[in-house]
Design a protein around this ligand. Sequence first.
Ligand code: UD1
Ligand code: MG
Length: 371
Amino acid sequence: MFSLIILIVLSILSYLFTDELIPKLKELFIKAGIFGIDLCKNSKDKVPEAVGVVSGCVFLVTSFLFIPIVFGHSLMDREHFPHNEFAEMLAALLSICCMLLLGFADDVLDLRWRYKLILPTVASLPLLVVYYVNFNSTTFVVPIPLRQFFGLSVNIGFLYYVYMGMLAVFCTNAINILAGVNGLEVGQSVVIAMSIIVFNLIELQGDQYKAHSFSLHIMIPYLATTMALLKHNWYPSKVFVGDTFCYVSGMTFAVVVPQLFHIIPCPRHRLPKYSGETDLLQASRTLIDKKDLNAISKLIINVFSFFHLIDKVEDEVSITINNLTLINLFLIKLGPMSELRLTVSLLMFQTVCTCVAFLIRYPMASYFYDT
Ligand code: UD1
Ligand code: MG
């Protein structure tokens, strides 16, 4: 309890510090050539990119400062020092640190897509190793309706580590893909962080309290520094957060994207199309030559259009469809809108999704598990 209060105080300080630091460092980023152009604005000003590295560093430093406080009383008693928990904390911070470095490298060097898949896998290794040494439990409990086939629990062994490695890839890229309008990357991370904190607080009474308290110690300073970043990244953005931020924020839900495998043409940027006259955004589109369509891409286009998930215009030789992202889906369903309204709508949708997740976790869980 005591350490939680100190954590909150430290986190508030880290918020204030990040908030001060970001405007001061802006020029430095532009001078170093790390900037982008806001594609949904008329002005072509240079906006510093990769500013997520600032909030990320303050977040890490706060967590480091916090180590002697969490483990303070144990440091006096070296015989009973909780080496396992300590290793877990260090490994978690090391993984986040790796992501920060690799994300920053991505921003500066503009890596190709295949590396975006490899980097998080590598960065998750420290955590996987500690998990192997400390727990090595690779068993999961089977939901009630499936128990007649699989029994009470199944040990998936090595596959569990494959799953955890893939989870890291999923989380980092999910945030990075749902991006491109002001405040969306950071906004979604704030919604997710808050949901996790609420979940941890509820579960603090349960028998898994150690894991949830561990999670709180990471999430609270993360939320604080991220809120400071959001303040500067909110519409109209004064800074961009870069892939650095997306990589550091390793958790979220994604959009399913057959475009990434180039089954359907995928332009470099799929962010919405900005109209300078109306100041509104509309779905961005891609033109496909009918000759280039194979059986799989035809099938995907037909299925999507059957479910009204794409807006398709067809003539003899070509098909024009909107780029397949959640952002564009919102724009074809709700019509053109301002960038601010778009971000707010997407964040509200995400809040609804986390409420549904809580509904599944609490009232509905008893249908699937003995709770
Ligand atoms: C991902 C998306 C890409 C999307 C981009 C936007 C996939 C496969 N890739 O690529 O389609 O266009 O994110 O971040 O889904 N920008 C803005 N306004 C913002 C934020 C970013 O105009 O609010 C623009 C700026 O020009 C900025 C650039 O996007 O420089 C950053 O792009 P980057 O993060 O490098 O793109 P990816 O993550 O590779
Ligand atoms: Mg990005």
